[in-house]
Design a protein around this ligand. Structure first.
Ligand SMILES: *Cc1c(COP(=O)(O)O)cnc(C)c1O
Ligand code: SF4
Length: 345
């Protein structure tokens, strides 16, 4: 079986009824489609209301772009000094060696940039991007993203990691990827070994949005190969209506992550990517969910709820306030049951 990449492939695989094909032909032409054989197998029998299905199978709602939605929702272009680099914060940069992914998420924040064959850096461009990092002693951490960097060959990953390790000032490399839950057999021992190098700390941030994504033996084994190699794992989640925007789904997801040694890191409010309005809850809904989790699940299971400020201004913590300081030095404090207390030092 091959990766499903077209509406015809989805119909042939039984993931779309033939009569639904015309309704998504336009959006599938505009935004890339890919479902790996592994995920297609997991989606067998799933229908539009399914949280896995909703993440990958194109929907007619994607045809509607709201006035606020934009092609470059988090302002990557405005902060790119050289091709493949986004430098927004002083001490860390994004390195985007390719714009292809194993799967294409229907809510992707970079959906106008990613796609099959999507703009991989040439050897010279990658060298120029690495030269930029080398010339910036203030860069302490390099976040390798894309696209999905774990689609690169083991040899290319190894050369990037070694180059960063050789710079001296770079202490941390962090890979952001969906491969462990989208194409877990790709996480081979050779790939895991290539992620690490002497003199550099490697972290891996795994993008997953529903407990079901971690519920297969293959995904569990991929995560275990990474964790057993001593690589700390972080969880990155997008808050999505129809996927996880309810307290029970979030709780199950974060517990599943922690069980697999993945520390929930960020819960992203969805960016203003075109055609994604049907996925987007309000900030008030997001804050209510964050409140619902507090106290009911372990602190290990609590990510930071963040909003990427449109236009390239970076991320802002978006959690509700539990503590309201007053001018007299006291504060109103809310506990996890919603009861309010006074803090008076
Ligand atoms: C999100 C992001 C980072 C990483 O931010 P952290 O808060 O360290 O996870 C770095 N650079 C850019 C441009 C980003 O968008
Ligand atoms: S894996 Fe990430 S970059 Fe790729 S389509 Fe999904 S959200 Fe977008």
């Amino acid at each position: 079986m091959k990766t499903l990449r077209s509406v015809a492939d989805l119909v042939n695989a039984g993931l779309l009824p033939p009569e639904a094909a015309a309704g998504v032909a336009g959006v599938a032409g505009r935004y890339a489609v890919a479902i790996t054989p592994y995920l297609a197998d997991r989606l067998t029998g799933a229908a539009p209301g399914d949280p896995l299905y909703a993440q990958y199978v194109p929907a007619p709602e994607e045809a509607y772009t709201t006035p606020a939605e934009r092609d470059d929702p988090i302002g990557d272009h405005a902060r790119s000094p050289v091709k493949g680099i986004v430098h927004r914060y002083p001490d860390r940069v994004l390195l985007k060696p390719l714009h292809a992914c194993a799967v294409y998420c229907r809510f992707c924040f970079r959906r106008e940039m990613v796609g099959p064959g999507g703009e991989a850096l040439t050897a010279e461009e990658l060298e120029a991007a690495l030269a930029y990092v080398r010339s910036r002693p203030e860069v302490w951490e390099v976040v390798v993203t894309g696209g999905d960097p774990l689609l690169l060959s083991v040899r290319r990953i190894e050369s990037i990691v070694r180059a960063l390790a050789g710079m001296g000032h770079v202490g941390v490399v962090r890979f952001h990827t969906r491969v462990p839950v989208a194409d877990p057999l790709r996480v081979t021992p050779e790939l895991v070994a290539a992620l690490r190098a002497e003199g550099l700390a490697t972290w891996v941030a795994v993008h997953a949005n529903h407990a079901g994504e971690l519920a297969s033996p293959a995904a569990a084994a991929a995560l275990a190969r990474l964790a057993d190699a001593g690589i700390p794992l972080l969880g990155q989640t997008v808050l999505l209506k129809g996927v996880n925007a309810d307290a029970a789904s979030l709780e199950a997801l974060f517990r599943a992550m922690v069980r697999h040694r993945v520390k929930p890191y960020y819960l992203h409010h969805p960016d203003l990517a075109p055609g994604t309005g049907h996925f987007r809850p309000t900030l008030a809904e997001g804050q209510a969910l964050v409140k619902a989790l507090r106290g009911h699940v372990s602190g290990l299971c609590q990510p930071t709820y963040v909003l990427d400020i449109p236009g390239g201004h970076g991320k802002a913590p978006a959690a509700p306030a539990w503590v309201e300081p007053r001018d007299d030095g006291t504060a109103a404090v809310e506990d996890f049951t919603g009861t309010r207390h006074t803090y008076a030092p």
